[in-house]
Design a protein around this ligand. Structure first.
Ligand code: TYR
Ligand code: ARG
Length: 382
């Protein structure tokens, strides 16, 4: 697939979150018209949406929750700002293909309004020189990676890259494990009632996993496992990527961990709060930590004029920064408290405005897939 820059592409190489970034895929939001709030969506975002589910997602099968187009336009403006900032830092920015239209998708067991390839961190993990497509939890996302295939073929054709896919889940009626919530005594009925997907007889819990459940540290990869869906995926990772060491984090979060933990350089990490230290491997517990400063609602837009819009992301979304190198980080300009702390620790901070991160469930780490960084399979956990 031709890319704007026709020089031979650099080889896929991405082992960590912080060594010098040379090339990145940046997501896009065209045709983000609705959240399709089916059971798979409600369970995925349950931590954030549970309090409002009764009010907004109607149980009568009205599952599309429209997103005001003005917000998508503003999101695209902010993403353009991120693209410019990356380019100014000398990073080559690739984009997924555009969906071109609103897309309704259908499997033999369910249907959904497709989500555009915005949070490209989620359905793929680059593990060194291997592209790993993961096993989506949200039905609306099952074909999302089709729009990244031009980029994946570019690396594959160039040589040196391997390309693997976890088994594609059917996401039928009983595929998803609710154990993370039920073990905490939470009732998930508000998410599961009204389930419209069909059953596949004999199929129980499937392998279901998102790339953003991992944090890469050279030879070591941290993997958040909160339920049996994830447990199967961890086993698959261990069986298929034998040169890496996968460390199981036991239910550090319901799924993604990139608004909890971001390794900034060897020996230094950004962490949501001290409570999360105990989930980390021993070798990381002695790392130096920058704790995310408190924020309040004034850092977030007020949506009351637009009617009610569900925030699918938490107040901690802006922890989700993107490192250009071990001294340079791209941070939401609407989180000045974090910029301040990082600058005091000697980082060069590139501020980029990002308004609607709670509505679209993604910060700068989520919106990007770093395909070329300079680091290799180093040993950082010793
Ligand atoms: N509770 C999850 C839910 C979530 C996941 C992905 C998103 O893009 C947004 C929200 C988070 O904290 O990780
Ligand atoms: N890769 C991602 N999409 N990460 C998003 C994680 C967001 C996290 N659930 C929060 O609400 O703070």
């Amino acid at each position: 697939m031709p890319q704007p820059n026709s020089a031979p592409p650099p080889a896929l190489n991405s082992y960590d979150e912080f060594t010098r970034l040379d090339e990145v895929v940046l997501g896009r939001a065209e045709h983000y018209t609705d959240h399709h709030t089916d059971t798979s969506w409600r369970l995925f975002f349950y931590d954030n949406v549970a309090p409002v589910l009764g009010q907004q997602a109607s149980p009568s099968g009205e599952e599309l929750l429209p997103i005001p187009p003005q917000l998508v336009d503003e999101l695209n403006e902010d993403i353009a700002g991120l693209a410019d900032a990356l380019t100014a830092c000398g990073v080559n920015v690739l984009r997924p293909a555009a969906p071109g239209k609103d897309v309704d998708i259908r499997s033999p067991y369910w249907d959904a309004r497709a989500t555009p390839p915005l949070n490209v961190r989620d359905q793929t993990i680059i593990l060194g020189t291997t592209i790993v497509e993961t096993a989506p939890h949200v039905r609306a996302r099952i074909f999302e990676n089709d729009l990244l295939k031009p980029v994946f073929y570019r690396y594959y054709e160039a040589g040196g890259a391997n390309w693997l896919s976890m088994p594609r889940p059917a996401l039928a009626r009983d595929s998803l494990d609710t154990g993370y919530f039920t073990r905490q005594g939470l009732d998930v009925a508000r998410a599961t009632e009204g389930e419209m997907a069909g059953v596949i007889e004999g199929l129980g819990l499937e392998m279901v996993f998102d790339g953003a459940q991992c944090m890469r540290l050279g030879r070591d990869v941290l993997v958040n496992v909160a339920n049996h869906n994830h447990e199967l995926a961890l086993r698959w990772l261990r069986d298929n990527l034998r040169d890496l060491r996968f460390h199981r984090l036991d239910a550090m979060a319901d799924n993604h961990i990139d608004s909890v933990l971001v390794p900034l350089r060897p020996g230094l990490m950004l962490l949501r709060s001290p409570e999360y230290l105990k989930f980390l491997p021993k070798a990381m517990q002695s790392w130096d930590v920058i704790y995310a400063p408190e924020t309040d609602d004034s850092n977030f837009p007020d949506y009351s004029d637009l009617g009610f819009v569900i925030p699918i992301g938490s107040r901690y979304m802006d922890i989700n920064l993107l490192s250009v190198d071990e001294d340079t980080v791209i941070v939401n300009s609407l989180y000045p408290e974090l910029i301040d702390v990082l600058e005091r620790r000697g980082f060069t901070v590139v501020p980029v405005r990002h308004r609607h991160r709670r509505l679209f469930g993604g910060g700068f780490h989520c919106f990007t897939l770093d395909t070329v960084r300079r680091g290799g399979p180093e040993e950082y956990l010793i």
